[in-house]
Design a protein around this ligand. Sequence first.
Ligand SMILES: [Zn+2]
Length: 114
Amino acid sequence: MTMDRNSDILKKRADKTVKGLRRSHSAYCLRCEKIVELFTFEEAAECFNTDERDIEFLANRLMLHRIHNKKGLVMICSISLFECFETRATRLLDPALFAKSAPEQKKAELESPT
Ligand SMILES: [Zn+2]
């Protein structure tokens, strides 16, 4: 009897914690037009191995969606974050690859036309 009651209480408490966390970390994004996960600038920077200045820079250029949470803190919309870094990563990757092996690659392409 008491065991059952206890586990019930624990279950309810766990549910509350999960819901509470979810609420504080997600919000409606006006630009995505749906509920999105929120990242703090710090979390966002950590996630993508960059710094908070970079995140702020992208947010200022409206590439990242800024959302105020209930505490009035400015948070970053996770969807815009992932989209931004996906396009950014491909853009940054290409010149780097070219810089290293472009001359040889071009030569090879010229010598063996397909
Ligand atoms: Zn968004």
